[in-house]
Write a protein that binds this ligand. Sequence first.
Ligand SMILES: Cc1ncc(C[n+]2csc(CCOP(=O)(O)OP(=O)(O)O)c2C)c(N)n1
Ligand SMILES: [Mg+2]
Length: 253
Amino acid sequence: MSKTLYKHLRLDVFPTPYCPGCGHGILLQALVRSIDEVGLVWVKTLFVSGIGGAAWIPSPHFKSDTLHTMHGRPVAFATGAKLAKPELNVIVVSGDGDLTAIGGNHLIHAARRNIDLTVICANNNIYGMTGGQAAPTTPQGGVTQTTPWGGEEPPFDICNLVRGAGGQFVARNTVFQVRNLIKTLSKALTMKGFSFVEALSPCPTHYGKLNQIPTLGDFQKRMKGQYVDRRKWDKMEGEEKKAKIPTGIWSEA
Ligand SMILES: Cc1ncc(C[n+]2csc(CCOP(=O)(O)OP(=O)(O)O)c2C)c(N)n1
Ligand SMILES: [Mg+2]
């Protein structure tokens, strides 16, 4: 990372706790770059996270006020903080498990109410920090510690979920599309209303190990062939559509 960005970080807590190849570290860097780009002022900013690997992105790494809350509850805490101090930029960073399993209700109702929050979800398709259990985002057939024969249930499409609930700005990028990801984060940070960014983040240690994608490079190869702009994806059909991951912007207004 460029030394000019060090001013945003608590350097004494580095290196991060992430396993080798975890995409959460790439998201951390992308978020710092976008914070720098939009000139976010730390004294007017509060980061809120829940429990999980992704929740460690802002806390303790960012030189900002951070609330590291209970599992599933960051959106509820963030809502309270925004109501009490509307002048704050309130930004939630947490995982797919935290935000869509135990915290799913808070997420959809904050989107429905169009509260002026930015929510960033690092989606690695698994409960990473607790050893790799299935999440509501685990793909059908995905092997995890709790689905050793492959998950049977269809996963949430989180962007469709949040958009359907009323989220104003809704977007998805993979951490491999880092320039797009930074642009998307910058838009989300500067928009009024409920903004939601899903960052697809590989987990080689838990998901990859059990699904023959053991390294970050393997994920990159696989995901590069999968992601496609959502406008193109909308026109696809059948097996071709199923094999792809739509990325881009769902809604800007
Ligand atoms: C009430 C409660 N239930 C369960 C847990 C255990 N727990 C901690 S983190 C976590 C899931 C984290 O998954 P995710 O949010 O996807 O983060 P990741 O580690 O994958 O980045 C779970 C189930 C907890 N801490 N508290
Ligand atoms: Mg996860």
